[in-house]
Design a protein around this ligand. Sequence first.
Ligand SMILES: CC(C)(COP(=O)(O)OP(=O)(O)OC[C@H]1O[C@@H](n2cnc3c(N)ncnc32)[C@H](O)[C@@H]1OP(=O)(O)O)[C@@H](O)C(=O)NCCC(=O)NCCS
Length: 295
Amino acid sequence: MIQIAPSHPLLQMQITFRVMQTDDLTQAWQLSKDLAWPHRLEDWEQMLSLGNGAVATTPEGSVIGTILWWMWGPQTACLGMIIVSPAWQGHGIGKQLMTLARQALPGFRLHLNATSAGVPLYEKTGFRSTGVVAQHQGNVSTVPLIPLPEGYRMRPMGTADLNAICAMDAAALKMDRSALIEHLMDDGRGIVVDSEKGIQGFSFCRKFGWGHVAGPVIATDSIFALPMLAYWAGTCAGQFLRVDIPQDETLATLLDQWGLLRVSSVVSMTTEPTENTDTLSDSPSCFALCSQALG
Ligand SMILES: CC(C)(COP(=O)(O)OP(=O)(O)OC[C@H]1O[C@@H](n2cnc3c(N)ncnc32)[C@H](O)[C@@H]1OP(=O)(O)O)[C@@H](O)C(=O)NCCC(=O)NCCS
């Protein structure tokens, strides 16, 4: 059981807050389905297996609120899947779930991608906006081929690449997602772009929601990221594919041309006080997220 102040008004309403268990996932999944979010039960299971969560429940045991968080390294975490059942919204449950997550992550820098419904709650709990993530999806209509520059090749990822791609991911996102990368190596397909100079980019494609998702896509330059995304689009020709991208008009236009239309967007938010300005110009960047929740 998670401790909350005995005087908290939600306790008067007999709302209980506790650690999320795998037994809660069917009800949690129902909450996301009610919002028309695409997650499968397997997606919830994978997300919880990689992190931790809390639920709010009624006296009858119904799950009416959820939150998940993932510790990506000793000081950085992502939050996601923050949902309060519509009938229970506006009573402080979302705020309490955020408080509990933050208590479990003392001193951590926190990141999340917020829907428009979530932004006011996060602003009130110390987050600030850092950018926009566009959600592109649809049935891939054409199979584009974007060649790599001479001297570079695309190849399947192997276990021997693990350390290099974890280091590249950490350099791009300033967090240690090694556990996530290892999971993706088992759960999805991975490719890398390399040359004699070493790995210049990597990406994954896996089953998620209504079809597949391509991401994360991490690379030192878009000349490596775009061919990888085109490769995944080609392998998913005629099928449903989703890609979540940080704001990038060139990439957005390409995705639109491939039948992956922008259907919505979320706001990236962080508790970090200021932008980290020590990014080197040749350090890798994130061209597509793993998912809105996992970052
Ligand atoms: C976002 C969500 C979790 C908020 O949960 P909630 O239990 O209704 O929020 P709370 O009652 O705890 O509100 C917390 C604070 O945010 C404010 N707030 C919440 N929703 C708001 C809105 N739409 N507009 C303005 N303020 C809002 C409240 O006024 C409150 O501030 P206060 O304590 O100063 O009065 C809930 O609306 C939800 O599940 N939405 C659908 C799913 C979703 O989009 N989740 C966010 C994913 S990132």
